[in-house]
Design a protein around this ligand. Structure first.
Ligand SMILES: [Zn+2]
Ligand SMILES: [Zn+2]
Length: 164
């Protein structure tokens, strides 16, 4: 875990604490995320996961935007509870008000392309998705159901396909 990443996370928490005048419990941080997502926030586990490859390739923007984006999810969850929308007004308030950043939903880093088509499923967790194989996608079409272990929602096809 790069020291700069830890420092940026801590700084984001301190900014939120100064803004809201309360304390926030610090998350567990993992630096082992792979694939297309720069970061993922696991709300109930109070866990942040970051992607080391995208961190290396987009260092400055990653520290500024991605870290604040994901920390804002955990701060919003601690402030407003589980019923808010992932990128709704509460999260946007934190991005604009606390971090003075545009509330961009997704990162736009270039990601290396490979050749398998994945069918992207999602649940209720922010920034979380589930790339399904063609076989698994077909099983869902035939009535099979899959669930997110974290939020327990049924995984739904987003309509998005992706090359992985
Ligand atoms: Zn997000
Ligand atoms: Zn979920």
């Amino acid at each position: 875990m790069p020291e700069q990443l830890n420092q940026r996370i801590e700084h984001c928490y301190q900014q939120a604490e100064a803004f809201f005048k309360r304390s926030f419990s610090r998350p567990v941080v993992s630096f082992k995320l792979r694939g297309q997502k720069a970061g993922v926030a696991h709300l109930t586990e109070n866990l942040l996961r970051f992607n080391p490859q995208l961190y290396q390739a987009n260092h400055a923007d990653f520290l500024k935007q991605t870290v604040a984006h994901e920390v804002a999810h955990l701060v919003a969850h601690q402030l407003f509870g589980p019923r808010i929308q992932a990128h709704g007004e509460e999260w946007q308030l934190i991005m604009r008000g606390v971090y003075e950043l545009p509330p961009h939903r997704c990162h736009s880093y270039a990601v290396e392309r490979r050749s398998t088509t994945r069918y992207v499923y999602s649940c209720a967790c922010p920034d979380r998705d589930f790339p399904f194989s063609a076989q698994r996608h077909t099983l869902v079409r035939k009535g099979r159901r899959y669930y997110c272990r974290s939020c327990k929602a049924t995984l739904k096809y987003s309509g998005e396909q992706r090359k992985e």
